[in-house]
Design a protein around this ligand. Sequence first.
Ligand code: AQP
Length: 330
Amino acid sequence: MARIFSGIQPTGQKHLGNFIGAITRYVEWQDRGEGIYCIVDLHATTVAYEPKVLRSGLYDLAALMLAAGLDPERAIFFRQSDVPEHAELQWLLTSVTAYGELQRMTQFKDKSAKQELVSAGLFTYPVLMAADVLAYRADTVPVGDDQRQHVELMRNVAERFNARFSEQLVVPEGVYPEIGARIMDLSDPGSKMSTTGSTEKGTVYVLDEPKTILKKFKSAVTDSDNEVRYAPADKPGVSNLLEILAVARGTSVAALEGEFTRYGDLKAAVGEAVVDYLAPVRERYADLRADEAQLEQTLGAGAEKARAIASEVVADVRDAMGVGPVRARV
Ligand code: AQP
């Protein structure tokens, strides 16, 4: 049975890219194997942030994921900082991570350019991400397209560890959505929809009011001809709208291409489909978000299950590295 791991940061309001590229897939995949899903609050401390906002953002995201259908009875769902083995394993793995590899990370280059203080944490962030996955010997990592380089790094780290010490770690595979792997900014379809880098007008938040969603799609950038055709390089705006519509309606892009002759009709149809697609989450969210004690209980129970796995793996890693006393085996 596959062991699936993925993490998501409790920062900002979650947008359609996070929802399609990550959250909905966690829900879909929870019956395909042993799912382990984590809100990675330690990652969020690597750039400037407010502690109170981080904590409330964590509850916002936990409620959103549960509202989207993540079931803590069928998957392990927890907060990263509740399992200290992630941070310990990160340190241990830094010894098999090359400085040059981290320097080549494009996300580090992009994010560090926006920071007044470029923290060492931001630089070593991909090692923490590697530790998140490797601590569970997960073989499958569902993520969006922007994470390919990080997944490649965690594979290198695992292979290098296994070759240098002993075969303790599973080399994971990244799995990317066939459609919607990179949802683009509606106003600037050359850039990815993102928490920190995209335009407000072109970013659709999961909890946006229906009328705001319709407005954002209505003003989406297309191009000067009038042909509704899927061609991401030539027609990024139209192709992005077709991908979003295909996901929201649960169909293929090819099935949609012949349906529209005018951009205005396509934009209206995507807006309406996205409103319907997100409606069940909006309906369930408020009640779940209102009960922080219940959210804490859910995450705490998940952390116990997660820690039972991660503590064994990290003990094996320490032992293989000669750190601490020889591991007693029962
Ligand atoms: N535009 C996107 N299309 C598809 N998938 C996306 N993801 C992010 N943007 C898109 C996927 O969402 C998951 C979790 O993301 P995260 O919030 O933990 O961090 P991120 O990837 O850094 O997301 P953002 O929103 O783009 O934040 P910033 O602006 O801080 O970089 C991941 O699986 C990601 O692939």
